[in-house]
Design a protein around this ligand. Structure first.
Ligand SMILES: Cc1ncc(COP(=O)(O)O)c(C=O)c1O
Length: 400
């Protein structure tokens, strides 16, 4: 008898973060702390619906008259609003193609496929390290990957000279994937002067910048976080941007995002939009619209938009306070500036700089969960547990 259809499937590779979540759930110790999962948490450890989002949702539910398809490229108004949020006035509007997608991941996948259609098998350079899903997605889209130098695990800084040296080696026509702000997993980011140097190099070498913008508003402020990307966009002839609303609107499960292309001219923007629509059509056909309609509702209502910015800002400041407190506590306990980089980092994540053994030790002996590369989610840190976590880190350094 022939083999059954699915018998030859390989077992999926275990996902480190999902496995960690499972272990955390099964842990019965009351003092357990989850610094692994990448969602924003408030002081109570909850990931609430933002009040501006809730208000826009209620309005949508009471006024919505149809749930018919939105078409492969989504809602035109939403697309324009999202492109404007990211790009501001940095490029001419007629050069921009923007398409609603299922989350930032949907945007990444559509844009990777678009790049692969334009330049089959092109090489995309990713930072070392990068978000765990980038390389699998790039490969699944038919692209090749290489890594550029990025993070110095000892100092917690960007290895900027090495980064420039790596990019200087990229053959003309290659693509460079850049975290627009709040680098995941390291938390280390470029300053504006460094962005300008990167932009210059991209132009000189004829490289295509590909921005992943998943945390706008989580770093230094909503517009501040887009400054580097906007500067580069204004310097280069073309670029692409994958936008996610999952974190900054806290609409994770509603799947809201946009794929944006800044083309050389309006004709090429039209071509890009057409191809993005075809890619959507042959993969998921049409994007979900509930979350996108809510985001549009927030952005189109000046009072809801002001509420949203205020809420986002308080989330950002909360993370910043946690960073500073943890860095201060570690400085006090270690009597050194070894962990000062935590206060300089921005966004939800930082890499603490522990070995796998130390990470395991913290989980087994102090019920503190972090990803194996010692990435922590700053927002997962309860304010009243900072001393506990800091002294556990010092103990791990001494004992593991
Ligand atoms: C760097 C980065 N890019 C993209 C995404 C995708 O976000 P979404 O949940 O909107 O698909 C994430 C989510 O964690 C991320 O960290």
């Amino acid at each position: 008898m022939a083999d059954s259809v699915f018998s030859n499937l390989p077992a999926p590779k275990p996902d480190a973060i999902l496995a960690l979540m499972g272990k955390f759930r099964a842990d019965e110790r009351a003092e357990k702390i989850d610094l692994g999962v990448g969602v924003y948490r408030d002081a109570e450890g909850a990931t609430p619906v933002m009040s501006s989002v809730k208000a826009a949702q209620e309005k949508l539910v009471s006024e919505e008259v149809t749930k018919t398809y939105v078409g492969p490229t989504g809602d035109k108004e939403f697309n324009a609003l999202l492109a404007e949020l990211a790009l501001g006035e940095s490029v001419e509007k007629e050069r921009v193609a923007s398409m609603q997608t299922p989350g930032g991941s949907g945007a990444l996948r559509v844009l990777f496929e678009l790049v692969n259609e334009a330049r089959p098998g092109a090489t995309v350079w990713v930072s070392n390290p990068t978000w765990a899903n980038h390389i699998p997605m790039l490969k699944a889209s038919g692209l090749s990957t290489q890594a550029y130098s990025y993070f110095d695990a000892t100092s917690g800084d960007v290895r900027f000279d090495d980064m420039l040296a790596s990019l200087n080696e990229c053959p003309q026509g290659d693509v460079v994937l850049l975290h627009a702000c709040c680098h995941n997993p390291t938390g280390a980011n470029l300053d504006l002067d460094q962005w300008s140097q990167v932009g210059k190099l991209l132009v000189e070498r004829g490289l295509l910048p590909f921005f992943d913008m998943a945390y706008q508003g989580f770093g230094d402020g909503f517009d501040e976080d887009a400054k580097g990307m906007r500067l580069v966009a204004s310097m280069v002839p073309e670029c692409v941007i994958a936008l996610s609303c999952s974190k900054n609107f806290a609409v994770y499960r509603d799947r809201v995002g946009a794929a944006v292309v800044v083309a050389a001219n309006s004709e090429e923007a039209t071509l890009a939009m057409g191809q993005m629509g075809s890619i959507a059509r042959r993969s998921y056909s049409m994007p979900p619209n509930h979350g996108a309609a809510i985001v549009k509702g927030v952005l189109q209502d000046p009072s809801l938009k002001a509420d949203w910015i205020e809420e986002l800002e308080s989330m950002r400041l909360n993370m910043l306070n946690l960073r500073t407190s943890l860095a201060n506590e570690l400085r006090r306990l270690s009597n050194s500036d070894r962990f000062d980089f935590l206060a300089k980092h921005r966004g939800m994540f930082s890499r603490v700089g522990l070995t796998t053994e130390q990470v395991d030790w913290l989980r087994e002996n102090r019920a503190i969960y972090m990803v194996g590369d010692s990435r922590i989610n700053i927002a997962g840190l309860p304010a009243d547990k900072i001393e506990y976590v800091a002294s556990a880190i010092i103990d791990a350094l001494a004992n593991a």
